[in-house]
Design a protein around this ligand. Structure first.
Ligand code: PLP
Length: 287
């Protein structure tokens, strides 16, 4: 018999199939909540604390009291990992404001809902790594607080659906001037005149944990980094790549049907990816 998947819901673990939330949970009614996704490699987490700290910042930004301390959350994440059958796992943590009769305003203190689920960590296929991924661009239709990791992901779902419809992997959001902001669930970088360039951290992008890792690794590799608004048609742009917890770094070789640079994964992208994977392997080996 296969091991049933287990989920943490508020105060305990239950089989995923039996886990449920009240229909008046404000996460369901209003997308009034925040989330995190953490990768675990053979029991070792990649940047667990930075993910939990970002969860805390997201909660603070919408005035939800995180129902557990970061240390308690760390222990719950570990228990969730252990109760599920995946060697390499993706741990999903969601906090909502809680349950109340449906009304926009809630005047009383509420008990937040905390949910943790675990799934196998999806990884890009070898083919995708060799050919590079493809993306399209769309005008950013999201809200104006993208720095908060909110569960209000309807615009991102629409962007992703459009990507699937057009047979590509990701949609990159553009601001009104045509600057590339980020993807639906990824941060985006370009190599422009040899410099790793990405949009600065502001309300238009999520501060990706993998984004930070990619920039740290690039600096170690002697690649200059720059955070500034950038466009796809800039002279000297030779490579594009995207970062996320589930992809690490993935080369993007076609955008809106046009080849980026030589149309195949570039050397800087491959160097950064290799160094990131070495870090993950070291983590797996030493815990
Ligand atoms: N940008 C957005 C909008 C995201 O939703 C995500 C991940 O879900 C990222 C960037 C990448 O963040 P991280 O590297 O922390 O996974």
């Amino acid at each position: 018999m296969t091991q049933p998947l287990m989920a943490y819901v508020n105060n305990g673990f239950v089989p995923l199939d039996e886990a449920c939330i009240h229909i008046e949970d404000r996460g369901f009614q209003f997308a009034d909540g925040v989330y995190e996704v953490v990768a675990c490699f053979g029991g070792a987490y990649l940047d667990l604390m930075p993910h939990l700290q970002r969860l805390q910042r997201s909660c603070e930004a919408i005035a939800i009291d995180l129902p557990k301390s970061l240390v308690e959350l760390q222990a719950l994440v570990q228990q969730a990992y252990e109760k599920n059958p995946f060697e390499d796992a993706m741990v999903y943590i969601q906090v909502t404001r809680g349950v109340a009769p449906r009304a926009h305003v809630v005047n009383h203190a509420m008990t937040p809902t905390l949910v943790i689920t675990v799934r196998e960590l999806p990884k890009p296929s070898d083919e995708k790594l060799q050919t590079g991924a493809k993306a399209i661009t769309m005008q950013d239709i999201r809200w104006k607080h993208c720095e908060i990791k909110s569960i209000a992901l309807l615009a991102s779902v629409m962007g992703k659906q459009e990507a699937v419809k057009q047979g590509v992997d990701e949609t990159f959001w553009l601001d009104e001037q045509g600057h590339v902001l980020e993807g639906c669930a990824t941060n985006v970088f370009a190599i422009i005149n040899g410099v790793l360039t990405t949009h600065p951290l502001d309300h238009q992008v999520l501060g990706g944990i993998t984004r930070t890792m990619a920039m740290d690794v690039a600096k170690l590799a002697g690649i200059t980094t720059e955070e500034r608004p950038w466009k796809l048609n800039e002279k000297g742009l030779t490579e594009c790549m995207m970062s996320s917890t589930t992809n690490a770094i993935l080369p993007i070789c076609h955008i809106d049907g046009k080849a980026v640079g030589a149309g195949k994964p570039g050397q800087h992208t491959l160097n950064i990816r290799t160094m990131m994977l070495e870090k993950i392997d070291a983590l797996r080996a030493h815990g």
